[in-house]
Design a protein around this ligand. Structure first.
Ligand SMILES: Cc1ncc(COP(=O)(O)O)c(C=O)c1O
Length: 500
């Protein structure tokens, strides 16, 4: 085992350290040139510099104590108000900033649980009703807060089914959730219809607009057809919207908004008896870094409506070119009718019916320098398009064509690299085994070694016995799994991995 790294006995020269860190970037995803389809939202160098300066102005301050740093409290309040106006919040609309989408969703779920505890103490096992496409942050929230999620299948258009959701509500339902848009296929759930159900049943309704919150309002203003998704829908009680996504802020910035204080107050944590003093905290974290709050404030004020409209217009046009280009390729399809700038595309036919292997295409694109997001149910590649992608759409479509041709000419590539692992992971009927394999990868990533595995070699030796077994008997097992899945579909009428 290599020797463990220690804090150097004498601090190293600052210049040398900064140089070393620049060196660490080698091999990182290339986001400035638009070759990464998620993770980074870049609105050009001038904006980048602004948020960098804003973040560093306040990088030492701590919003844990708003009395000590009134500057941060002020900026947070202004960010909340700008977001509330953008999302048509009613007069009493309130909220807080959080570190990101996951924390905002965690807070919406926690607030709903604690509200129910106060108002309906007889509910012992609180539940949440959601469409199956809801972001996994919701699962994480339910997992952390000891709640049950009732998943409802979406329709063939990947949108939530309000009537089916209404049927899943029971005495224990303390929250209904839907997305605007949902991440996997980029479609907006029918928020008005779900809102009507929520209102009629008197159940809080959270709209997860983490990715769309700072995008859909501008899409609507640009005149694209879009269903109403925000506080104009009477049943909507809370909305999460990430400023570090299409708000183009520095990472660590989201807002969680509530219709009024009667909902938000259940988000707070107060402890009166600690020897360290009376403690009150609005959200998940204790210390709250000032940098992301300042950068979020600067981002919204610096971008202005004009800036947001311009970036959204460019992103929508780039998305339209991407969708049209993909639809022109006979081997692949775009899933659903994306409402915004998120696109999922995959093979037109299943591999065992002569279709191309989408995960092998993903590997090939990755070799060509793209950072690729792979999805399942259906197997697909995901693109989060921003204004920064307008210059790469043609290159991407060209590389997709090359990748398809390569995979068609060399079908054996589907049995190696990540393609084998993702393909198998999507098919293995015992999901506990899949989970165990993923745990294996996590244990490697967060174990004692410093170098992470190569992106295209995640499955090699990291994913435990399941992957080893697949490596040895891949083709036979793969064929057997296909047969099993076909039979399973016939018997249960449900697709493998369906959350409902
Ligand atoms: C709809 C939706 N909700 C929640 C999240 C989680 O956000 P974060 O990764 O900032 O925690 C995302 C991230 O993409 C999202 O798209």
């Amino acid at each position: 085992m290599p020797e463990r790294i220690r804090i150097p006995s004498v601090g190293r020269a600052h210049d040398e350290l900064l140089q070393t860190m620049e060196g660490f970037r080698k091999g990182d995803a290339d986001w400035r040139d638009g070759r990464t389809w998620s993770l980074v939202y870049y609105a050009g160098e001038a904006h980048h510099e602004l948020i960098q300066k804003a973040a560093s102005l306040f990088f030492t301050e701590n919003a844990l104590n708003p009395m000590a740093f009134r500057s941060l409290k002020r900026m947070e309040a202004e960010v909340v108000q700008m977001s509330a106006s953008m999302l048509n919040g009613p007069e009493g609309c309130v909220g807080t900033m959080t570190t990101g989408g996951t924390e905002s969703v965690l807070m919406a779920v926690k607030a709903a649980r604690d509200r129910a505890r106060a108002k309906q103490p007889w509910i012992r096992n609180p539940e949440i009703v959601v469409p199956s496409t809801i972001h996994v942050a919701l699962d994480k929230a339910a997992h952390y807060f000891g709640m049950k999620v009732r998943y409802v299948d979406v329709g063939p258009d990947f949108r939530a089914d309000p009537a089916a959701m209404a049927r899943r509500i029971n005495r224990n339902t303390v929250l209904i959730c839907a997305s605007a848009p949902q991440y996997p296929h980029g479609v907006v759930d029918p928020i008005e219809a779900i809102g009507a159900v929520a209102k009629q049943r008197g159940i809080p309704f959270h709209v997860d607009a983490c990715i769309g919150g700072f995008l859909l309002p501008w899409i609507e203003k640009l005149g694209y057809p879009l269903p109403v998704f925000d506080f104009r829908v009477p049943g909507v009680t809370s909305i999460s919207a990430d400023i570090h996504k299409y708000g183009f802020a520095a990472k660590g910035a989201s807002v969680i908004l509530y219709r009024d204080m009667s909902y938000l107050k259940h988000q707070f944590f107060v402890s009166t008896d600690w020897s360290g003093g009376i403690y009150a905290s609005p959200s998940m974290t204790g210390t709250r870094p000032g940098g992301p709050i300042a950068a979020a404030w600067a981002s919204l004020a610096g971008m202005g409506e004009g800036g947001f409209l311009e970036h959204t217009d460019r992103a929508m046009k780039a998305t339209a070119r991407l969708v049209a280009g993909l639809r022109a390729l006979p081997e692949v399809q775009v899933y659903g009718e994306p409402d915004a700038t998120l696109v999922a595309w995959g093979a037109k036919a299943a591999v065992n019916k002569g279709g191309v292997n989408i995960f092998a295409i993903a590997d090939r694109l990755q070799e060509q320098g793209w950072t690729i997001d792979r999805q399942q149910n259906p197997q697909s590649i995901h693109c989060t398009v921003t204004s920064n992608h307008e210059s790469v759409i043609d290159d991407y479509l060209r590389d997709v064509r090359v990748a398809i041709d390569h995979v068609v000419a060399n079908p054996e590539v589907a049995a190696s690299g990540n393609a084998a692992m993702y393909g198998m992971m999507a098919k293995v009927p015992l999901r506990a085994l899949v989970k165990q394999s993923v745990m294996g990868v996590m244990e490697t990533l967060y174990g004692t070694s410093i170098e992470p595995p190569e992106p295209n070699k995640l499955g090699d030796g990291n994913a435990g016995p399941l992957m080893k077994w697949m490596n040895e008997h891949g083709a036979t097992i793969d064929a057997a799994l296909d047969k099993f899945e076909a039979a399973r579909g016939k018997i249960f009428g449900k697709k493998l991995g369906s959350r409902s």
